[in-house]
Ligand binder design. Sequence first.
Ligand code: NDP
Length: 334
Amino acid sequence: LEAVVLAKRPDGSITPDVFATVERLWPAIKEGDVLTRTLFASVDPYMRGILNEGRTYREGLAVGDMIPGETVGQVIQSKHPAFREGAVVSGAFGWATVLATPGDRLVRVPDDVPPSTYLGVLGMPGTTAYSGMTDIGQPKAGETVVISAASGPVGATAGQIARRAGARVIGIAGSVEKCAWVTEIAGFDGCINHHENLDEQLDALCPDGVDVYYENVGGTVGQAVIRRLRNHARVPICGLVADYNDRDYSGLAHAPTISAAMLLFRRARIEGFIVGDRPERFAEWRALATPWVQEGSLVYKEQIVKGLDQAPLALVGQLSGQNFGKLLVQVADV
Ligand code: NDP
């Protein structure tokens, strides 16, 4: 089998040679385990953080470790009563063509949704949007909600959740094409291309300020939105992609994008969260959102790259906005 591993520690912005594709022996499976052949492997921004030494919210990888991306795979051998050969499952982790996983960690992907959705809108990114927006953002009818990385799986889903709550939703994305998709297909009320006159566009689209800022990127985008918070604003801190390639991304060396004075004057609430801390949200979100996906009232965009060896280049591009939608690697034919 083939696996993608960390070949060397990166120094700042990553390049594909930080990774290597290696041959490995097929894993032996124990009682309770399931062997899957990978159909799709997920490419996610958090992967950049775990290439560094030390701890962010989780421990960094060691050189030689496999990249632990989530997959959707097909069962090729099972020693677990709940999974039969041929079933499609999610929950096996690793950029590899074949994976052995305890069956208790797997979830069956139903036949009536595209399997790739379990890595995007119905998977970890969708659940992240649901948890961050409902637990922390708490948008209300008539409020103004701003969402960065709005065409990605987290941002696009978060925005559609806020619109269902009756809020006015403004996205921020990195190109004209992304903004067109965000407004015309995902149904946001407006979208700002952050490469052009960010402040002017924010003033025009959010003249009365921002009630909820769903933070996916940090950097200059985050600072510009946070300056416009209204009284009692909520800011779920979901991700800070703009900083992930920094040499010193410890999370501590950065100047805060929000000052204590701002929090006080605006009576604002800012809260970081990690979706894995709320495991019950996954099944809850799938139950809620599956019918919406099936009827087309919750839309999503995917970008599918072919071949496991393309995963490193895909991740490099994602960190600078070259992806458009949920980034997946198709490892084998469905
Ligand atoms: P996306 O598909 O949205 O990819 C990341 C996007 O970030 C890029 O496409 C790009 O979009 C944008 N971006 C990159 N650099 C910058 C920059 N300097 N300034 C502004 N935007 C930038 O990713 P996801 O939807 O998968 O994830 C979105 C965020 O959610 C990430 O920060 C991720 O780490 C976080 N996350 C957090 C979780 C949690 O538990 N807290 C769980 C899952 C994800 P554009 O071209 O539009 O600028």
